[in-house]
Design a protein around this ligand. Structure first.
Ligand code: 5GP
Length: 179
């Protein structure tokens, strides 16, 4: 596996995750949250941030996919739904990356029908320039330009999720895989 230099290093990621966790802890002080990780991509970010959030919480996961290779489609498939009741809870959706916003808009609308007390979105990466829908992302780690990135939970064809840093993915047929 040939992977180039980090686009966001392990140290930068740790620092930014800590800042996001501090903000969420202060915004939800005195309340309990239901943190919902959107899998697979958010598994690493989710595990990092929930350890640092200082309010009582319940955790759950939702397995969704909308990405075929490096193209986004509007079709969101729910492979496994949240098992916790949503009604009356302060729900925070934890996502790896928001790109066009189609996936998150769909998921927000799905969960809003279940009457949460509140519903906010925390995305580690935000490719805001690509947005196709109006979507509020309440907590953002980094706004990034339109690169296809891998690592820190993000994949290309289900690989590279385990990289501890974020790299820009490029496929060079002569050289194999580079980032
Ligand atoms: P959206 O519906 O916002 O366009 O896409 C959201 C999903 O697309 C993310 O959850 C993620 O799975 C995938 N995605 C968007 N941009 C990237 C990227 O740069 N790298 C990877 N690995 N996945 C991406």
């Amino acid at each position: 596996m040939i992977i180039g230099k980090p686009f966001r290093t392990v140290e930068e990621i740790q620092r930014r995750v800590r800042e996001l966790a501090e903000k969420i802890s202060s915004d939800y002080a005195g309340r309990e949250i239901l943190a919902v990780g959107i899998l697979k991509g958010s598994f690493m970010f989710f595990a990092d941030i929930v350890r640092l959030i200082q309010v009582p919480m319940n955790i759950d996961f939702l397995v969704a996919s909308s990405y075929i290779r490096t193209k986004t489609t509007g079709d969101v498939k729910i492979h496994a739904d949240v098992r916790e009741a949503i009604e009356g809870k302060h729900v925070v959706l934890i996502e790896d990356i928001v790109d066009t916003g189609l996936t998150m808009k769909y998921l927000k609308e799905l969960l809003m029908k279940r009457n949460p007390a509140s519903l906010k979105v925390c995305a580690f990466l935000d490719k805001r320039a690509n947005r196709k829908v109006n979507l509020q992302v309440d907590y953002v780690g980094y706004v990034i330009p339109d690169h296809f990135v891998v690592g820190y939970g993000l994949d290309y064809e289900n690989r590279y999720r385990n990289l501890p840093y974020i790299a820009i993915f490029k496929k060079d047929s002569a050289e194999g895989i580079q980032a």
